[in-house]
Ligand binder design. Structure first.
Ligand code: SAH
Length: 351
């Protein structure tokens, strides 16, 4: 395959074949890699412009019923101090963030049945009516009725990383979860009118380049509104403790390819890439990403939301986060978005 021709197709058309995706994932010299990342950046500029969206992440509970083999919050990890933010505290924090000028709040948690469908709906309604912020939920797999209730309460978006588009690898990573249900949830969320975020880990134990091609094909075919892509980072209290982390280079390739095949999806420069490489988020912003998600979880809880160790900004004062994030965006020659940054995919019914 000829790199010039494939990169031309990346920029002009984007609809890559599996063979082309594999060819690009297998590029192994720095100059060729840089050309792929530049193609991701060029597509981002053409379809998304220079503004970077800032989403305020609030991790409101680290209690989790699942046993995902990579995640430090897995139910069996007894060394985690578990916490749950009371609903009032979540709503008050949202009001503070809105006053600071943040326009999207992302409420994330483990799969925690303590927060019933009604409780979450109430939190969403209160945040929506008092602040008007765009609300993104990231609470894992829940009954369809809960998803419906939350959408009706005013939630705009739902993040549910597909984790891996390979059924076989999915089963190895998730001993107690069902690949078909994860995919079904993504379709249900879309049908309910959410802007839907998928996403995957890069370099997860057992993951091959073929599996990564599955993820890019999934992005190409499903066309998610958003896609979070970050390196796998080993956590010492999990069955995958000794496994090596995903690499920065492979993560950047995946970000660039996701940009190329989705064209205008919202793609975060993830905390995980910023955690394995100081300049990781800037590198992702220069390879196709257009979103950052600074962590606004109150400090007393934040240290306990340890999905992986040495998370970036774990002890950072939120006031500092704000200016740090803006400087990082400006350092890449980009601007900070002034709007809510809704999906650019036209099928969405946007609030
Ligand atoms: N319970 C929610 C939120 C999970 S945490 C849900 O199921 O969607 C958010 C993301 O962190 C996960 O989707 C996973 O991709 C990522 N993650 C978890 N453990 C990780 C690890 N050890 N390294 C890198 N990413 C991890």
């Amino acid at each position: 395959m000829n790199l010039d021709i494939v990169l031309h197709k990346c920029i002009e058309i984007g609809d890559l074949s599996r063979g082309e995706i594999l060819f690009l994932l297998n590029l192994d010299n720095d100059a060729d890699l840089q050309r792929l990342l530049d193609a991701g950046d060029a597509v981002r500029r053409a379809y998304c412009g220079d503004a970077v969206q800032i989403r305020a992440l609030v991790e409101f509970s680290n209690v989790c019923a699942r046993h995902c083999n990579y995640c430090g919050l897995r139910a069996l990890n007894s060394s985690v101090t578990r916490y749950r933010m009371p609903p009032d505290e979540i709503v008050e924090l949202a009001a503070e963030l809105s006053e600071k000028g943040l326009k999207t709040i992302v409420l994330q948690s483990g799969e925690d049945p303590h927060y019933t469908g009604e409780m979450v709906a109430d939190i969403v309604t209160r945040i929506k009516t008092t602040t008007g912020m765009a609300i993104t939920l990231c609470l894992g797999e829940r009954p369809d009725d809960d998803y419906r209730l939350w959408r009706e309460a005013g939630a705009d978006r739902y993040l549910l990383r597909h984790e891996t588009a390979s059924r076989e690898l999915y089963a190895k990573l998730h001993p107690d979860s069902d690949f078909d249900n994860r995919m079904r949830c993504l379709r249900v969320l879309r049908e309910l009118g959410y802007q839907v975020g998928a996403g995957c880990m890069v370099g997860a134990p057992g993951q091959t380049v073929e599996h990564m091609a599955d993820d890019i094909e999934f992005f190409r075919d499903f066309q998610p509104d958003m896609a979070g892509i970050g390196p796998y980072i080993p956590h010492p209290d999990t069955p995958f403790a000794g496994c090596p982390p995903g690499s920065v280079a492979m993560t950047l390739k995946m970000v660039a390819l996701a940009r190329i095949v989705t064209r205008d999806a919202l793609l975060p420069a993830t905390t995980a890439i910023g955690s394995i490489e100081e300049q990781g988020r800037e590198m992702a912003l220069n390879a196709g990403a257009d979103v950052v998600m600074p962590n606004y979880t109150p400090l007393k809880y934040r240290v306990h939301y340890e999905i992986y160790p040495n998370k970036r900004c774990i002890t950072e004062d939120p006031a500092h986060c704000d200016s740090c994030m803006r400087l990082r965006i400006l350092s890449c020659g980009r601007t900070v978005s002034a709007d809510q940054g809704h999906s650019r995919k036209s099928r969405q019914s946007q609030i």
